[in-house]
Design a protein. Structure first.
Lengths: 165, 155
């Protein structure tokens, strides 16, 4: 129990440090948007995943209110996605983009697997080892797609800028 | 029992209907308002249920989640998107203040009626004015965020 708590605290700590270190000041808005975008998808998809017993989170922050892991879904993985999205090089070849994507997905899946194996923060039920890789890849891909859509058209952005002034 | 599910169903229909009225040019503003609202509702919704202030006897994803998924994930964020998309910019402060009061009051009244006549929500240690204050505050914070977000565009 103690080790799980410490890991959760560490996730918040490293999450904030990561945001400060890896999101440049002028990209803060983009960082925020990508974080929010990932959060909504991971929350929605995990609702189904937990409902259908593909995963569970025995040790969690709000045991009475929800079976979902708050720190991971609400903060830590969204932060990781945000760092991934902001530090993505736009003008690279397709193969280096795919490599970047796969390295990130693999990194997050390995982290997820380690958490699953050695702590009670996450427990997979029926997914095979590559199931998580596909799941995280799917979440990253969908979020990235939506963020790209959001930043696609600069002229539309200006309209909204005037509207909120 | 059946009535509650009909209400949930119609909430999804109405909320989705509202999305169709959002002008194409303001979709991004709606997205930011929608997503940011979730960051508030997810967390504080969980806190309220965890502390036993409220309960939602009939809800979606009932076995794994004791908060109201429908309200916190979809309905309230959609209303927040509408709030920001049709925000009366450039009107007098009194009018803007009335805009806040109008949205907040309507939402509170609807919630009180639903609380009273259905099993969708139950107040345990909660009062209607706590709803009013928190809803108004969350609109305010979300509005400030949207204004900040689109203040300097760095794309």
């Amino acid at each position: 129990m103690l080790i799980e708590r410490l890991i959760l605290v560490a996730m918040w700590l490293f999450g904030f440090v990561g945001l400060i270190l890896f999101i440049p000041r002028k990209e803060r808005r983009k960082g925020f948007l990508s974080l929010l975008m990932f959060q909504t998808f991971v929350w929605l998809c995990d609702m189904f995943a937990f409902q259908y017993n593909l995963m569970s989170a025995p040790v969690r922050e709000f045991p009475k209110a929800t079976d979902l892991p708050l720190t991971i879904d609400y903060f830590f993985y969204p932060v990781l996605f945000s760092i991934f999205y902001i530090n993505k090089k736009v003008n690279r070849s397709l193969s280096s983009k795919i490599t970047y994507f796969c390295v990130w997905i693999s990194g997050v899946s390995i982290f997820d697997n380690v958490i699953e194996r050695y702590t009670d923060l996450l427990k997979y039920k029926i997914s095979p080892w590559y199931g998580m890789w596909i799941y995280i890849g799917f979440l990253f891909f969908v979020s990235q797609f939506c963020c790209n859509w959001f930043y696609k058209d600069r002229s539309l952005f200006q309209v909204e800028r005037l509207e909120t002034k | 029992m059946n009535m509650e599910w009909w209400i949930l169903f119609s909430v999804y229909v109405v909320a989705t209907g509202i999305l169709f009225f959002i002008p194409k040019k303001k979709r991004r503003l709606a997205v930011v308002a929608f997503l940011f609202k979730q960051i508030i509702t997810f967390f504080w919704g969980l806190v309220a249920v965890e502390l036993g202030l409220l309960e939602y006897p009939i809800r979606l994803f009932a076995s794994i989640n004791r908060t109201s998924f429908t309200y916190e994930f979809y309905a309230f964020p959609v209303i927040c998107a509408a709030f920001n998309v049709w925000y009366p910019n450039g009107r007098s402060p009194l009018f803007q203040w009335g805009y806040y009061v109008g949205y907040t009051t309507v939402l509170t009244i609807v919630e009180v009626i639903i609380e009273k006549y259905t099993l969708l929500i139950n107040y345990i240690h909660w009062e209607w004015y706590i709803t009013w204050i928190t809803v108004c505050l969350s609109f305010f914070i979300a509005r400030k965020f949207c204004v900040w977000f689109f203040a300097k565009v760095s794309v």
